[in-house]
Design a protein around this ligand. Structure first.
Ligand code: FMN
Length: 341
């Protein structure tokens, strides 16, 4: 049974201060490409009204040449606090993109220095900046000079196990003007494999003045508490644990604020959420939204009788109606099982 120690509770009782921007929650929803669009963020926000959220990462070079705001940069009037995440390796393009992001309403600008995907790293962006700290510094300085809002960095602990340079890198980011750093405790070569090495986050926290957010393997309230205790971090950021489970950030936030565990959603409630997610994606993006919804739907369909078959069917849906019919049928079956029990 997880418990909240008085020392942890009091350490986290104050707002998370990102430069002059205060956030009333120590739990953040990470940027997830192909996932954290406005529809998903609305669901997360329902259960975690105070938490910082991030858009999917936005390509600054793309913005420079196209000059038209991509849909992934769209923000809801009400959604606060919100950060727009940018990626690139050109300080001037990133500064320009940051100005557009602030016009769009971003409370902070986050620079992606952790993405491991080849397409991004071969162009000098994402985690390849760990190998080019001078450019990373120049990026932070340029963006800080361009916008009035706090600039933050999200990165990994190094390129490979033999090149773990997060301590020097994080200090450089702070000196360049970053107001918060999120550290995913894996190297680039690890991808998403193996465990996140939280011990490196502990070391980063010991040497920085700005807030340090721990990221990697926060799949539960227990993991969040353990990570916060172990690392001394100023907050935790949830990522894969929120796929098909937009309740997680709110559950952790609630626990850190009250010491109480929120009752987890039943399978029927999770399916009701999946249904709402599907309909909202269709409304927001049309048929493209339905295609994107397939993966979300399969993430929701877990942990109940018939889930495997439902997943197989949901990943083939072509229309919103097909999806709704499948979900309604599964919910009926679960309801009948509940009535019998
Ligand atoms: C599908 C997917 C998309 C991601 N997209 C982004 C992104 O756009 N920007 C970013 O900084 N990190 C991105 N990440 C990395 C996560 O934010 C996070 O750092 C990583 O998943 C580690 O946390 P976890 O172990 O809790 O999943 C992505 C990860 C996944 C699985």
């Amino acid at each position: 049974m997880v418990s909240l120690s008085p020392s942890l509770q009091s350490r986290l009782a104050t707002p998370l201060q990102i430069g002059d921007f205060a956030v009333q929650s120590r739990v953040l929803q990470s940027p997830l490409s192909g996932v954290t669009d406005m529809v998903f963020r609305r669901l997360v926000r329902r259960y975690a009204p105070d938490s910082m959220m991030y858009t999917e990462m936005v390509n600054a070079t793309g913005l420079h040449y196209v000059r038209e705001l991509p849909k992934i940069m769209e923000l809801d009037e009400q959604e606060r606090p919100i950060s727009i995440q940018l990626f690139d390796c050109r300080p001037d393009f990133l500064a320009e993109a940051a100005v557009m992001a602030v016009e769009e309403g971003a409370d902070t600008i986050d620079i992606n220095m952790g993405c491991p995907v080849n397409k991004i790293t071969k162009n000098g962006g994402g985690s390849s900046l760990l190998r080019d700290p001078e450019t990373a510094e120049a990026i932070v300085r340029a963006v800080v000079a361009a916008v009035p809002v706090p600039v933050t960095v999200k990165t990994r602990i190094g390129w490979t196990d033999k090149e773990i340079n997060i301590l020097d890198f994080a200090q450089r980011m702070e000196a360049a003007g970053a107001k918060m750093i999120t550290v995913h405790g894996r190297t680039r070569s690890q991808g998403y494999n193996g465990n996140a090495k939280w011990e490196w986050i502990t070391k980063v926290k010991e040497i920085l003045q700005i807030p340090v957010i721990a990221n990697g393997d926060i799949f539960s309230v227990e993991a969040a508490v353990q990570c916060l205790e172990q690392t001394g971090a100023d907050g935790v950021m949830c990522s894969r644990g929120t796929l098909g489970y937009p309740f997680l950030v709110g559950e952790i936030d609630y626990f850190l604020k009250t010491g109480q565990l929120r009752t987890p959603p039943t399978a029927i409630e999770r399916l009701a959420c999946a249904r709402e997610h599907l309909l909202a994606l269709f409304e927001y993006k049309g048929d493209r939204g339905v295609r994107q919804a397939r993966k979300h739907m399969t993430w929701y369909a877990k942990g109940f009788t018939g889930a495997a078959q439902l997943r197989g069917e949901l990943c083939l849906i072509d229309t919103v109606t097909q999806g709704v019919v499948l979900i309604d049928r599964a919910m009926d079956v679960l309801q009948q099982e509940r009535d019998i029990a």
